[in-house]
Design a protein around this ligand. Structure first.
Ligand code: SF4
Length: 160
């Protein structure tokens, strides 16, 4: 197991150790041991699970639950599945915290999906200690959002 990956402060605790993970937020106050309950940011629509069915906690439609990795990808095919799972998550709650440049490139070198991105050839961390984007990453995210709006706006959406 490659344990050289960023420990995002909002990493959902149930994720298997490794660079791919989902995010969440604490939902209770910490107890005397500092433990608390968490809610996942990606919930139960099944889209990430459909892309990587062997990597995520199995989806069933009988109960509400969170989306998280039960193991990390072990083959190129599974890595591609994990990448696609990140790409289909509409809340950017499936992320990659590793340093593999080919994976980061497949994830569009986007801070929305990657804890490290390539900037002028150097890998740079996109996330601050509090889980917010660093200023340079915020700028890239805003540029990406503007580009997305430009590509997707309809002729009558003059305000976008
Ligand atoms: S965040 Fe998006 S992909 Fe995840 S459960 Fe919600 S709708 Fe589905």
């Amino acid at each position: 197991m490659n344990d050289d990956f960023f420990q995002h402060p909002f990493r959902f605790p149930k994720n298997a150790a490794g660079p791919f993970y989902t995010t969440g937020v604490p939902s209770t106050e910490p107890d005397e041991n500092g433990n608390c309950e968490w809610d996942g940011n990606c919930l139960w629509c099944g889209a990430p699970e459909a892309e990587a069915p062997d990597l995520f906690f199995p989806f069933d439609d009988e109960s509400y639950r969170d989306t998280y990795f039960i193991r990390q990808p072990e083959t190129p095919e599974e890595t591609e599945q994990a990448i696609m799972a990140a790409k289909v998550c509409c809340a950017f709650a499936v992320r990659y915290g590793g340093h593999d440049r080919s994976i980061i490139e497949r994830l569009d070198n986007a801070p929305e999906l990657c804890d490290y991105i390539s900037v002028e050839g150097e890998l740079r961390l996109t996330v601050a200690d509090d889980g917010e984007f660093l200023p340079f990453a915020t700028k890239i995210v805003k540029q990406n959002q503007a580009e997305w709006r430009r590509q997707h706006k309809k002729w009558w959406q003059f305000w976008l």
